[in-house]
Design a protein around this ligand. Structure first.
Ligand SMILES: NC(=O)c1ccc[n+]([C@@H]2O[C@H](COP(=O)([O-])OP(=O)(O)OC[C@H]3O[C@@H](n4cnc5c(N)ncnc54)[C@H](OP(=O)(O)O)[C@@H]3O)[C@@H](O)[C@H]2O)c1
Length: 328
């Protein structure tokens, strides 16, 4: 496993982060395709055996069940100090006022709930899952600074939003001497490259780590166009993101051609493309089978040529912004 620093921070993370949205009791929350605890534990163990030290979950994943499963597995399998636990806040965890969002009250309550579910007294990377237009960003940034100073959080990060929003938050933190974000989780893969317009360049310039989410377009880059799986048939958010063919089919076919010429599965090619894109730090990989993890590890060693990178990118057409406003 390769390790790298998360942006300009001192935090060392593996070049792959295990996305833990796949783990959660299927009858809790909106992910009917997620894996129950016994199956999840096998994959978490396998990831640790491969040297992955970076685990990404969220309070909303399977309504907290992902955090519970990940917390118990990591406590059983690894010393706390050796793993980097990332989770997120913003999504609604209960109906009614203050049940979600990024107010001071919600952040303090949701952080304590995540700590309880994860069975730990600190989060390594606490991320805002989206922008909250209803809360002054000053309130959010000061609250995040306070939870760092209270020792409950080591670093803070953000996820999908417009670059101007992210820049505004960073500027505000800097001006007030508050903790700055060290990472951005962006929707980024061969089927969705709109982040190349502004966000990736901003992060490279500012030394902010980039963590692409859904690097395989929730599986669509791994199989022939139109093929389905249990997950894809039960993944409403994925259908909303990808299931209109705006030139995507040609990209999926290009991935398959290069995979065939290299005699490797398409997943390896699509993931190798993400890991080779500067300034990506570590994609958040989604796995529901042991072989998915093996492919992800192999992708780190698959060195695509510039010609192959260009061929993969060539069919892309601009897409409408997707993934900024809905939380899953
Ligand atoms: N910040 C955010 O808003 C946000 C949003 C989404 C996700 N995330 C993070 O990103 C992580 C990854 O998201 P994702 O699961 O959508 O990632 P993904 O890597 O795009 O998709 C994972 C899916 O691809 C398929 N797959 C993976 N490897 C494969 C292989 N070798 N061969 C064939 N199929 C393969 C599997 O589909 P099947 O299960 O259908 O076989 C798997 O469930 C999440 O766990 C979460 O941590 C964050």
């Amino acid at each position: 496993m390769r390790y790298t620093r998360l942006g300009h921070s001192g935090l060392q993370v593996s070049a792959l982060a295990l996305g833990c949205m796949s783990f959660g009791e299927p009858d809790q929350g909106g992910h009917r395709w997620s894996l129950p605890e016994d199956e999840s534990r096998l994959l978490i163990r396998q990831a640790l055996d491969h040297g992955i030290n970076f685990f990404d979950t969220a309070n909303v994943y399977s309504n907290g069940s992902s955090e519970e499963i990940v917390g118990r597995a990591l406590a059983d399998f690894a010393p706390r100090d050796e793993v980097v636990i990332a989770t997120k806040v913003h999504g609604r965890m209960r109906p009614g006022p203050n049940g979600g969002g990024l107010s001071r009250k919600a952040i303090f309550a949701q952080l304590d709930a995540s700590l309880r579910r994860l069975g730990t007294d600190f989060i390594d990377l606490y991320q805002i899952h989206r922008w909250d237009p209803e809360v002054p960003v000053e309130e959010t940034m000061e609250a995040l600074h306070d939870v760092v100073k209270a020792g409950k959080v080591r670093y803070i990060g953000a996820s999908s939003m417009f670059t101007w929003q992210f820049a505004k938050a960073q500027h505000l933190a800097e001006g007030n001497g508050w903790t700055r974000f060290v990472s951005m989780q962006s929707h980024y893969n061969l089927l969705y490259r709109e982040e190349e317009r502004e966000m990736l360049a901003f992060c490279a310039d500012q030394g902010i780590g980039i963590l692409p989410w859904s690097p395989l377009a929730r599986g669509r880059l791994t199989r022939p166009w139109g093929d389905t799986t249990r997950r894809s048939e039960n993944d409403a958010f994925g259908s909303a993101l990808y299931d209109t063919d705006s030139g995507d089919r040609a990209i999926v076919e290009r991935v398959a051609e290069i995979a065939e010429s290299r005699a490797v599965p398409p997943a390896q090619v699509a993931l190798a493309w993400v890991t080779q894109k500067s300034p990506v730090t570590a994609p958040l990989i989604g796995v529901t089978k042991a072989s998915h993890l093996d492919d992800a590890i192999a992708a780190l060693g698959l060195d695509l040529t510039q010609k192959e990178m260009d061929a993969l990118e060539e069919p892309y057409l601009p897409h409408p912004v997707a993934g900024h406003t809905i939380i899953r």
